[in-house]
Design a protein around this ligand. Structure first.
Ligand code: M6R
Length: 359
């Protein structure tokens, strides 16, 4: 039940720190080492390439997972849209393994890929929030995202659970394969910092509501920009805003602005810039200045160690690949308050269903 919350979406946003802690207690042992089924780790370790097949928000979590599996487990990994992959299959490597990333476990586009790759004899794993679902039952292995029931159509806590489980699984695989980066990584510690950092952002709801009103109250369009994982978060923050507030929102790789998108910037166009990676912070900041010089209203969301006076929202520091666990919280809350301000049914946006069981 919603309890004191006006909408499930807000309830589910506020549950995210508890989900992080639940995942720690479920998948991390007393020595702070991530633990998964040995047969699953063995299957993953024998793959020469991983494909993460997903749709919508889960695909955006898959993009983060792609970097996590490459860097922590040293295995080439490709996130793919299920609706494309099913019909335009890339040239597969000799020993691929398929990871199906899905909140509901019922998405038809993903199931169609699963049926085909199983028929071809490839190993399969489903990461899902519904462990009794079709995709969980039909894959060789299944791992529970343990986010608890997600009722709002807009996915929030499932996204952060997906990123966290991918990080834990990538670290466990890296440790199994004795990849040095995995031995050094302390994903468990990072997830407990993430829980605290998420709570600090959730506690700033009044500020985020005011920012949402100032930026998006009247706009018909909006842009989210970033580089690397900040780009992946931009895609997800834009989807949240489109889905529940019907604002035409797009996420862009900040460096791509000058290759076309900047032509769309007009007086008062809202632009949200995510700045959490020391390698690219200066470049994203200059992109933010470029759009501001053309009249854009820019909201800068930056990591604490990179903060500058013009930044309006600060998130705690986390290892670069895990910052989406924090930066998406303002993305979710900005979308929530925009939908609320516009008087829409936040939990049940028009034209959408919670699980998409047609191709
Ligand atoms: O249940 P799934 O994760 O497979 O669903 C995939 C998408 O349909 C889903 O993430 C959708 O994009 C959400 N409504 C986004 O908030």
């Amino acid at each position: 039940e919603k309890g004191p919350f006006p909408y499930y979406m807000l309830k589910e946003i506020t549950e995210q720190p508890a989900v992080m802690r639940r995942l720690l207690s479920r998948y991390v042992d007393a020595d702070a080492k991530p633990q998964f089924d040995a047969a699953l780790l063995k299957a993953l370790a024998s793959a020469d390439r991983l494909y993460i097949v997903a749709a919508g928000t889960s695909y955006h979590a898959g993009l983060v997972g792609q970097s996590l599996f490459e860097q922590l487990a040293g295995v080439p990994t490709q996130a793919a849209l299920a609706s494309e992959f099913g019909y335009h299959m890339p040239l597969l490597s000799a020993k691929p393994m398929f990871i199906f990333l899905t909140q509901s476990g019922e998405t038809a586009d993903i199931r169609q890929v699963l049926v085909n790759v199983k028929a071809a004899g490839y190993p399969t794993l489903t990461l899902t929030n519904v462990i009794t679902s079709t995709l969980a039952r039909e894959a060789d292995y299944a791992v529970d995202l343990a986010a608890g029931p997600e009722i709002a159509v807009a996915s929030t806590k499932a996204y952060t659970a997906q990123v966290a489980v991918e990080a834990l699984l990538a670290a466990a695989l890296g440790q199994f394969k004795q990849v040095p980066a995995a031995a050094k990584s302390d994903v468990a510690h990072a997830l407990s910092l993430a829980a605290a950092g998420q709570q600090a952002l959730i506690d700033q709801q009044a500020k985020l509501h005011a920012l949402a009103t100032a930026l998006f109250a009247k706009t018909r369009n909006a842009f989210f920009i970033g580089r690397g994982t900040d780009y992946f978060v931009s895609l997800e923050a834009a989807l949240k805003l489109k889905e529940i507030s019907y604002v035409q929102a797009e996420g862009f790789a900040a460096g791509e602005l000058k290759h076309g998108t900047i032509a769309l910037i007009e007086q008062d166009t809202p632009v949200v810039a995510f700045i959490t990676d020391p390698k690219t912070a200066a470049r994203t900041r200059s992109n933010a200045e470029e759009v501001e010089a053309r009249g854009a209203k820019v909201l800068r969301i930056a990591a604490a160690s990179l903060a500058q006076p013009e930044d309006q929202l600060i998130v705690d520091d986390l290892p670069a690949l895990l910052t989406p666990l924090l930066t998406i919280i303002p993305g979710q809350l900005l979308a929530y308050f925009t939908s609320l301000d516009r008087g829409y049914d936040v939990d049940r946006p028009r034209n959408l269903a919670k699980s998409v069981t047609v191709e």
